[in-house]
Design a binder for this molecule. Structure first.
Ligand SMILES: O=c1ccn([C@H]2C[C@H](O)[C@@H](COP(=O)(O)OP(=O)(O)OP(=O)(O)O)O2)c(=O)[nH]1
Length: 149
């Protein structure tokens, strides 16, 4: 399916890149940090990083904010609430909750790519309360009940 999503740059971010794919078939659109030049994330610290844009997407979509593996591998920087959920009715600035799991302070520069945004179709679901659930072979087994090897 093909969907159109509208992006709006927020005031003061005219210089900033809008989300973009770095290769033709990339799943995610990279997100850019709308920070000043000297934002430092100390080891163990979490910060909410603005991206400088808001968006409007079709009602059946959500957007997931996911970490970039390179930042995670090289610096221990990841998205704390991964995957973050952007609801279709959200019109505020998209933000990325980063945490530094590394051992060194991480300097974040303006317009640096900090995370990626992947769109998904959300099925329409209606929840109904019942007295009995349908039976299955698994039943209530879970959390490793089949063993670990
Ligand atoms: O990584 C994220 C996660 C969320 N949001 C925005 C968009 C989303 O639609 C809204 C609410 O997110 P969520 O439902 O995860 O937050 P909540 O803690 O349940 O807050 P709320 O009561 O506002 O729904 O915050 C972001 O910008 N980045």
């Amino acid at each position: 399916m093909f969907y159109k999503v509208e992006l709006k740059k927020l005031p003061g971010n005219e210089d900033l890149s809008l989300p973009q794919k770095m290769s033709e078939l990339a799943a995610g659109f990279d997100l850019y940090a709308a920070v000043g030049e000297d934002t430092v994330i100390a080891p163990g610290e979490r910060i909410l990083v603005p991206t400088g844009f808001a968006m409007s997407m079709p009602a059946e979509l959500e957007a997931q904010i996911r970490p970039r593996s390179g930042l995670a591998y090289k610096h221990g920087i990841t998205a704390l609430n991964s995957p973050g959920t952007i609801d279709a009715d959200y019109r505020g600035e998209v933000k990325v909750l980063l945490i530094n799991h590394g051992t060194e302070p991480f300097r974040l520069t303006r317009n640096e790519r900090i995370a990626q945004m992947v769109f998904q179709v959300v099925p329409r679901v209606e929840l109904t309360e019942v007295d009995e659930l349908s039976e299955t072979v698994r039943g209530s087994g879970g959390f490793g009940h089949t063993g670990t090897k």
